[in-house]
Design a protein around this ligand. Structure first.
Ligand SMILES: O=C(O)c1ccccc1N[C@@H]1O[C@H](COP(=O)(O)O)[C@@H](O)[C@H]1O
Length: 241
C-alpha cells in the first residue's frame, strides 16, 4: 500500500517559525529560527517541508527573502504557500526551486488567473482549501470565499492537480484531524488530498493513513511536532506500513 507522506510545517511570521491556533493572528507561539526548524525536520528524515509565509497570507508584510533562503537550502521537497496571488509572487515562489506552491486566496478571488497558472504549471500548483464547516476562507482565513464543493468542482474541471485541505476549527488545536471532512473531499474529487489541521498523536496519523486508499496522499504536521507530542522519526515510522 502507498504510504502517507508527512509534511512537517514551518510557518513564518515576523521572521520567526511560529504556530497559530485556528490560524488567528495574535495567537502565535514562537519556535525560533525558521531555517533551523526546517533543517531539523530534514535531519530527522522528512521528505517534504510545508513552508508558509504567514505575513504574506495575512497581508501584514512578507518574509519572502527568509522563505526563499529556507526553500533554497533544503535538499528535500518543499511546498510553499502564503501570499502567492499574482504573476510576480508566483514567479518568485517557483524561482526558489520549491517542488510546488499552494494557492489559497487566489483560488477564491481570481479564479481566471488560477485556471491559467494551473494550465501553465500543472502539478507545481496545488490549491489550499481552508474551510470552516464547508465554507472556504481566504485572506488569512478572515474572509468567506464560497462553498467548498462548488469550488472543488470548478478546480477539478480546470485540471487542478491536488488539494491541501485544512479544517480551520482544528488547526493548531491538537484536537485530532477532521476525518469526515477528508473522506468527504476524497469522495468529491479524484485528485490527491493533503490533510492539514489537528494532528495530535501517532494514532491521528494512522487514522489519516487509513484514508490513503480513498485519496489522501499526505498530512501536514505542525503543533504536535513543536510541542513534542511525538518525534518526526516516530511519525515516519508510524506511517511507514
Ligand atoms: O497555516 C496557517 O496556519 C495559516 C493561518 C492563516 C492563514 C493562512 C495560513 N496558511 C496557509 O496560507 C496559505 C494561504 O495563503 P494565501 O491565501 O494564498 O495568501 C494556505 O496554504 C494556508 O493554508
Amino acid at each position: 500500500m502507498t504510504k502517507l507522506e508527512l509534511l512537517p510545517a514551518v510557518d513564518v511570521r515576523d521572521g520567526q517559525a511560529v504556530r497559530l491556533v485556528h490560524g488567528e493572528s495574535g495567537s502565535e507561539t514562537s519556535y525560533g529560527d525558521p531555517l533551523a526548524a526546517a533543517l531539523a525536520w530534514q535531519g530527522a528524515g522528512a521528505e517534504w517541508l510545508h513552508l508558509v509565509d504567514l505575513d504574506a497570507a495575512f497581508g501584514t508584510g512578507d518574509n519572502r527573502a527568509r522563505i526563499a533562503e529556507v526553500a533554497r537550502t533544503m535538499d528535500i521537497k518543499v511546498e510553499l504557500s502564503g501570499g502567492i496571488r499574482d504573476d510576480d509572487t508566483l514567479a518568485a515562489a517557483l524561482a526558489t526551486g520549491c517542488t510546488r506552491v499552494n494557492l489559497g486566496t487566489a483560488a477564491l478571488e481570481t479564479p481566471e488567473w488560477v485556471a491559467k497558472v494551473i494550465a501553465e504549471h500543472g502539478d507545481r500548483i496545488a490549491v489550499g482549501l481552508d474551510v470552516r464547516g464547508t465554507t472556504l476562507r481566504g485572506r488569512g482565513w478572515t474572509r468567506d470565499g464560497g462553498d467548498l464543493y462548488e469550488t472543488l468542482a470548478r478546480l477539478d474541471s480546470e485540471g487542478c492537480a491536488r488539494y491541501v485541505v485544512t479544517d480551520i476549527a482544528k488547526d493548531g488545536t491538537l484536537q485530532g484531524p477532521n476525518l469526515e471532512l477528508l473522506a468527504n473531499v476524497c469522495a468529491a474529487t479524484d485528485r490527491p488530498v493533503v490533510a492539514s489541521g489537528g494532528v495530535s498523536s501517532l494514532d491521528d496519523l494512522r487514522a489519516i493513513a487509513s484514508l490513503v486508499p480513498q485519496g489522501v496522499e499526505g498530512a501536514i504536521v505542525g503543533k504536535a511536532l513543536y510541542a513534542k507530542a511525538f518525534t518526526l522519526e516516530e511519525a515516519l515510522e508510524a506511517v511507514s506500513r
